[in-house]
Ligand binder design. Sequence first.
Ligand code: SF4
Length: 408
Amino acid sequence: MTFERRTTRQVVVGRPPGPSVAVGGGAPVSVQSMTTTKTADVDGTLSQIYALAGAGCDIVRCTCNEEEAAEGLARIVPRSPVPVVADIHFQHTLALAAMEAGVQALRLNPGNIRKPAHIKAVAAEAKDRGIPIRIGVNAGSLDPEIAERHGGATPEALVASAQRELAYFAEIGFDDVKISVKASNVRLMIDAYRLLSETVDHPLHLGVTEAGPPPAGLVKSTAGIGTLLAEGIGDTIRYSLTADPVEEVRAGRTLLEALGLRERKGLDLIACPSCGRAEVDVIQVASAAQAALTDRNIPLQVAVMGCVVNGPGEAREADLGIAAGRGKGHLFVKGHVVRVVPEADMVDALVAEAERIMEEGVDAVLASADAGAEAEAEATRLELLATQGEDVNHVEEHVERIREITGD
Ligand code: SF4
């Protein structure tokens, strides 16, 4: 089950045999991030690019804010495993320099480069070289004249800024363009992209700008980007977090995988929130399992459930899971209990079973389930139900005592 995506034209960032990523036109939604190093620091920037690519980043952006940065790009681009986009503000000559350095795409902020001759000079060069440009409108740096005409940074003003840039590009016959209309206000961002998607068929780059540090930055970005993706809007995304950019990539990938827009590359750990029935410290077991399975890069859906009463049933869709009960860990595969282990060995047993599934497959692991494991788990489940009953929070006891206290 996936979301129906809006049809857009396709832009290709990069050209084979070098790294190349298609954006729009039915291509998988890509994840972007931006380096935080000085671009002139070639080795530092490349090592961050490699870390980002390793986390699943498809396209990386580097600032090109000075001549030394453009020179750095000339050394970075040939060694980058993913296409590099140069981020340009204010000086159009740096856009020309970045193209000379070999970048696979540009991002221009129309609020910061406003002279039509400069914009058209950059677009003409991009056209000659076959380099796409992202028109990166930002509510915080909107052209003052457009803002005034629209009574501030409204969705209409953001879209008008993008359209004016498109019109300059059209004058020289250039339309190899992606567009973003970012804002730090989630509502404004959502409305601007909705309007933009009704106005143009260019691929859209989604983001909530200056979202801030996690967890608020994650929540704001997910609210904005996730809402639009669920409506079929958006072809490439960036989380703008005040954090290690690798976190941006992890968040972006997690969102796309959760929405079924990208294939799962890594672990999907699901865990119950725990409650009065929990037979184990779910938070501690879940974080130990997450660390062990992430280290081994196991791309399974794994469940950690606090009790055997509800755990295996509620997580029956998971590839593998563990539920606690009476000092034991109940390992289950696709909802079937295959082994019962001492509670202290829960995480180790979970990891071992995950590795077996990776090597032998689910069916083989189910076929070699311990005889009696399912029956033992069921006996524990019934025992817990009998002792705890449905009233795990002892409501009736509390009500009885309240009546005693109030003399009712
Ligand atoms: S699985 Fe058990 S412990 Fe976890 S929330 Fe459900 S009932 Fe509570």
